[in-house]
Design a protein around this ligand. Structure first.
Ligand SMILES: [Zn+2]
Length: 91
């Protein structure tokens, strides 16, 4: 599955758009088209956690006043990415 992402270059601070394939890898490597700097994006902080445990807890309580729990979580959406992904200098 290829998706279009917007990255912000760590070196020249410009933003650019690239299509990247998302796999199980936790780090994307990109190259800035403006200054040719390689950048890495750590995807791990954006992965959604499964919250089945919390749902089980709320069933036990009377929370009729709190209907704001978001039940619309799309199971196919593994990543919760910001509009612009910051890149970092490679190690
Ligand atoms: Zn750049």
């Amino acid at each position: 599955m290829k998706k279009r992402f917007t990255f912000k270059c760590w070196n020249c601070n410009r933003t650019y758009t690239l299509q990247r394939e998302i796999t199980d890898q936790q780090v994307l490597t990109v190259a800035c088209p403006y200054c040719n700097s390689e950048g890495v994006v750590d995807l791990d902080p954006y992965r959604k956690e499964i919250k089945n445990v919390m749902k089980n807890i709320t069933v036990m309580r009377d929370v009729s006043s709190d209907d704001s729990i978001d039940e619309s979580t799309n199971a196919e959406e593994e990543l919760d990415l910001p509009d612009i992904l910051p890149t970092h200098k490679p190690e």
